[in-house]
Ligand binder design. Structure first.
Ligand SMILES: Nc1ncnc2c1ncn2[C@@H]1O[C@H](COP(=O)(O)OP(=O)(O)OP(=O)(O)O)[C@@H](O)[C@H]1O
Ligand SMILES: [Mg+2]
Length: 358
């Protein structure tokens, strides 16, 4: 992929330290997600009353919405130590056995990207979650023997951006699944207010609203934009950030009023100016903007579709009416019929993936 995008929900390497500093440490400071927060509080409270480790918890949702943060909060609220690992780091069942056998009683084990664990490790995890026991296989072939190993009760917190990829048996072994939703602008303002306090930044409420509106419903992006605005204000000698300075700063970074970045806009611009709004196949569209089809599909499209700016029809991608308006074009009459296809028709994705491979 070309340059990192400011509005990509994923974590950038140098972001880790600053994110840790901005992370809420308890459920009370965790903004939004009322349903998940309430359910989780209940799970934790009940397990404290029973004096047992909490049920296993699965967190699912797009990048940057707070899955890791909640895992850390669970450990803190349970007053338990936290062990962190991830699916990609566990390639062999032995890797998992080593982690599991060294857990202490009540410990919280956080497995990030749990959908990317290897199959043998996954099967070992089933038994560990259910019976707090693993079978360590020693030797090979006919002489192999399984040595059972008792584990102390622990709480597994799994996180995944793709709950759909999780095998049923694994999903079923979690006592509680929290689906994280995108945040409203009002909630993002609260996230920003809190972060600004920690960063010792002066921002007025119109300034918060301006930044929140460009943050794609994602706290990680909100915090990132806030830091860019802070840099801009510093260089321009601005003491109190208001809507004007926030929008000037973010315009400079090419994040527009709806949170679209350069790639998002160039996809829509190409659709409208080169293909008269579409429909056009993904690979053709990608060539028109000089990107890999995969980049267009995974980086730009999810947000554009969610915002109702881009549609997928059986015959290809189309610009929705609001895309024409957003980029300052008059909406042509035919668009609405196409929109109906995008909303009710079948997705072109399957046919399309064939042509992107070739
Ligand atoms: N509800 C919230 N309130 C305040 N800040 C939040 C909230 N959710 C997330 N954040 C902030 O957003 C940043 C990203 O959150 P986190 O790392 O938990 O996301 P994630 O869901 O684990 O993302 P990924 O899928 O990339 O691992 C954190 O630094 C945290 O400060
Ligand atoms: Mg995470």
């Amino acid at each position: 992929m070309a340059e990192q995008s400011l509005v990509n929900g994923g974590e950038e390497p140098e972001e880790r330290v600053i994110e840790a500093a901005l992370r809420p440490k308890n459920l009370h400071d965790f903004v939004g997600q009322h349903r998940v927060r309430k359910q989780l509080a209940l799970v934790l409270e009940a397990s404290k009353m029973r004096g047992r480790s909490a049920d296993h918890v699965l967190m699912s949702g797009p990048p940057g919405l707070g899955k890791t943060t909640l895992a850390m909060i669970i450990a803190a609220e349970m007053n338990a130590p936290l062990r962190i690992s991830s699916g990609p780091a566990i390639q062999h069942a032995g890797d998992l056995a080593a982690i599991l056998s060294s857990l202490s009683e009540g410990e919280v084990l956080f497995l990030d990207e749990i959908h990317r664990m290897s199959r043998p490790a996954e099967e070992m995890l089933y038994m560990a979650m259910e019976d707090f026991r693993v079978d360590i296989v020693v030797g090979k072939g006919a002489g192999a023997t399984a040595i059972p190993l008792e584990l102390p009760p622990f709480t597994l917190v799994g996180a995944t951006t793709r709950a759909g990829l999780l095998p049923g048996p694994l999903r079923d072994r979690f006592g509680f699944t929290g689906h994280l939703e995108f945040y409203s602008v009002a909630e993002l303002e609260l996230v920003l207010r809190r972060s600004a306090g920690l960063l010792d930044l002066k921002v007025n409420s119109a300034g918060f609203t301006e930044i929140a509106g460009r943050s794609r419903g994602t706290p990680r992006i909100a915090n990132r934009l806030l830091r860019r605005v802070r840099d801009w204000a510093l260089v321009h000698g601005i003491d109190q950030i208001d809507a004007r300075s926030a929008s000037a700063a973010l315009d400079m970074y090419e994040v527009d009023a709806r949170g679209l970045d350069r790639l998002d806009r160039s996809v829509l611009e190409a659709l409208i100016t080169k293909f008269n709004g579409g429909p056009v196949g993904l690979s053709t569209l990608a060539i028109a903007v000089g990107e890999e089809p995969e980049t267009v599909e995974t980086v730009a499209e999810p947000f554009l579709v969610r915002e109702g700016l881009l549609g997928r029809t059986p015959r290809g991608r189309i610009a929705m009416a609001s895309a024409w308006t957003h980029l300052g074009y008059a909406v042509p009459a035919g668009v609405f019929g196409q929109e109906a296809l995008a909303l009710f028709g079948e997705d072109e994705n399957h046919a399309e993936s064939v042509d992107t491979i070739g």
